[in-house]
Design a protein around this ligand. Structure first.
Ligand code: HEC
Length: 134
């Protein structure tokens, strides 16, 4: 029985996924697809996964910061900086005190989707040529 076909494959959205990365579940696949669109619409003018643009490269972000930091940061980074958070203050200073815009319209789920997309992109570049077999 073919495993690569059928309704579970999210026809239409799957083109957004890097070839080498295989999401562990349909939920993850749809989160990544949603995150891809959200990233392009909200973040891509200043961020890339592997290169610094205006803001830092986002590769490895979940290794640097827990999601409990990322959610309030994306919603309102200046509030996190103003709270005296050491990492945030340093990051702000290291980036020429450039203010990242606030995204109060993004839900926790939206932000987690963006993070899932970032992680999927990293995965694909870190293991170039790898065939994900599970
Ligand atoms: C107008 C430019 C701009 C946009 C748009 C933007 N950012 Fe940023 N971002 C920055 C800058 C500049 C920093 C560095 C911190 C600072 O200067 O405040 C940053 C920092 C970050 C960090 C911390 C990175 C690290 O290495 O710790 C994360 C995570 C982040 N941004 C995520 C996002 C996400 C997600 C979006 C879209 C929803 C987004 N940013 C949109 C400019 C931007």
């Amino acid at each position: 029985m073919p495993v690569n076909e059928g309704p579970g494959q999210l026809a239409g959205d799957s083109t957004a996924l890097p070839v080498a990365y295989k999401p562990a579940s349909p939920e993850e696949a749809s989160a990544i697809a949603a995150g891809d669109a959200l990233f392009k619409n909200n973040c891509a003018q200043c961020h890339a996964v592997n290169d610094k643009v205006v803001g830092p490269a986002l590769a490895g972000i979940t290794k640097r910061r827990p999601i409990s930091w990322l959610l309030p940061w994306v919603k309102n980074s200046s509030k996190v900086i103003a709270s005296g958070d050491e990492y945030a203050v340093k990051l702000f200073n290291d980036n020429g005190k450039q203010q990242m815009p606030s995204f109060p319209q993004l839900s926790d789920k939206d932000i987690k989707s963006i993070v899932a997309w970032v992680n999927s992109q990293e995965g694909s570049s870190a293991q170039t040529g790898a065939v994900a077999v599970r």
